[in-house]
Design a protein around this ligand. Structure first.
Ligand SMILES: [Zn+2]
Length: 483
């Protein structure tokens, strides 16, 4: 009886294994045929490159990372049940790998395509998740672009970063700790740990072999970080220490203590002094400081640092106006930004740095990195506005921010800019923006006007208007910095 039972169980297991293998094979075949050039635009920003998007039988599938990082929704992963959750616990959708059944606020729904795992990345159906999260979704087949528009909150900004306060229960079975590691990076001989929540890192230097150990008590990895690294509890991840003569590698692991503890180790080639400091949510272990390496010239002598960020660039044109001679937003933005730069250069006590000064693209994270590596005071992004296709043309000027710390900057700039544009006042207001959400300095994004037939093209192309608006942006910056 026992033996027979075991045999049957083994038989069932075998069948299950074969089915699972078949499913993996089937999926990989499907996916390999689905090279996609689909683009995703969220609120005027193109957020993905083609490699991020897969089309499976007409359904757009995106890495769960896009949902959490670009849309800003909390994402959880439960490896036991192979389930992905999206959204705050009160308003959540649950998807299961390999299953077309999903659970939303409305109950159980059937998906066009099941979520799947490929190359350690979980792909979920974009339209379903976006619609469930309250975004408007439009698909333009001509330009193979998905346009997503987030609902604009009326009053207070909603929390946009998953788990940015440690008291919030982590969804999807992630350990609930006081703090999360969002990011670990190493550049310029400096380790940077992006944290959310509250934690005091404990740093110690250990010899033979030489290493620096950073312990983060009551801390775990954010779901995004863990997924990006393919990390589970007890497993060890690592990043390369590029360009460093002092560091051979960086390792990190989530130790299953009670409470959980993250340990990060910098493996050194030789004994090395270091300095630690904190900037907002970033914790740095700097191997330069003690070595007396010269600091960059930017911001010397106590000068304030302003980063000007012309939106889009290179392969990413932003909005395109075709009602007359073609106008690309990336060029309009750059023209305006260069005018702002020229005016800022005349201001004493201030250094200005551009995220781009020609027709090249810089990733959104790259723009954040520039501002943060300079320890800039503020960053101002310059854009021209657009609406999803099929929407009635609109006119007006707005200045956007995401973090509460950026509100005053946005309002101060907007107060000046709205006078200069002479366009309808769409106000300084919250919008879910990657650059502001993911940066540790106040940033604001000026949408000068709408690049639209029936929008504000006549003004946007008028040099006198451009000069006036550039001067207004500068006036706002000077007022904010008291310069
Ligand atoms: Zn734009």
């Amino acid at each position: 009886m026992m033996a027979k039972g075991r045999e049957m169980a083994f038989g069932r297991l075998l069948v299950a294994a074969v089915l699972a293998l078949a499913a993996v094979f089937f999926l990989s075949v499907q996916v390999s045929q689905a090279a996609s050039t689909t683009k995703i635009v969220i609120d005027d920003r193109e957020v993905t490159d083609a490699r991020d998007v897969l089309t499976v039988k007409g359904t757009t599938m995106v890495p769960i990372r896009v949902i959490s990082e670009e849309l800003g929704y909390p994402v959880g992963w439960n490896s036991g049940s192979r389930q992905v959750t999206v959204g705050a616990s009160s308003d959540q959708v649950t998807l299961t790998l390999g299953s077309r059944s999903a659970i939303s606020g409305a109950g159980t729904v059937t998906l066009e395509q099941a979520p799947f795992l490929q190359a350690n990345t979980t792909y979920v159906p974009l339209r379903f998740v976006s619609t469930e999260m309250g975004l408007k979704v439009k698909w333009d087949n001509k330009v193979k672009t998905v346009y997503l528009q987030s609902p604009l909150p009326l009053e207070a900004p909603r929390p946009s970063v998953p788990n940015d306060n440690g008291s919030q229960p982590a969804p999807g079975g992630m350990p609930n700790t006081a703090a999360l590691v969002e990011q670990v990076s190493f550049s310029e001989n400096r380790l940077m740990i992006g944290l959310s929540g509250s934690v005091t890192p404990k740093v110690s230097a250990i010899g033979s072999p030489n290493r620096i150990v950073i312990d983060l008590p009551d801390t775990s990895f954010s779901p995004v970080f863990a997924e990006g690294q393919g990390l589970l509890i007890g497993q060890q991840g690592s990043i390369a220490a590029q360009g460093s003569a002092d560091v051979s590698g960086i390792r990190f692991a989530l130790n299953n203590d009670s409470p959980m503890r993250v340990r990060i180790v910098i493996d050194l080639n030789k004994a090395k002094n270091y300095e630690t400091y904190r900037e907002g949510n970033l914790f740095f272990i700097d191997l330069n400081k003690a070595g007396g390496t010269s600091t960059p010239g930017v911001g010397d002598n106590g000068k304030r640092i302003v980063v000007i960020d012309p939106g889009h660039g290179g392969e990413k044109p932003g909005a395109i106006y075709t009602g007359g001679p073609t106008l690309k937003e990336k060029d309009v933005n750059l023209d305006m930004a260069l005018k702002v730069e020229a005016l800022l250069k005349q201001v004493e006590g201030l250094d200005v740095v551009m995220t781009r000064s020609d027709d090249t693209d810089v990733s959104l994270q790259g723009r954040v990195d520039i501002a943060e590596s300079l320890d800039a005071d503020i960053m101002v992004s310059i854009h021209a506005n657009s609406m999803p296709r099929g929407t009635k043309p609109t006119s007006g000027t707005e200045t956007l921010y995401t973090k509460p710390e950026s509100k005053t900057l946005a309002e101060t700039i907007h107060k000046h800019v709205i006078q200069a544009t002479g366009l309808p006042d769409r106000r300084a207001k919250y919008q879910n923006l990657y650059i502001d959400r993911r940066s540790n300095l106040p940033t604001a994004l000026v949408e000068t006007g709408f690049l639209y037939a029936g929008g504000d093209v006549e003004k946007i192309t008028d040099p006198a208007w451009q000069n006036r608006v550039a001067a207004a942006i500068v006036a706002g910056i000077r007022e904010y910095l008291d310069l």
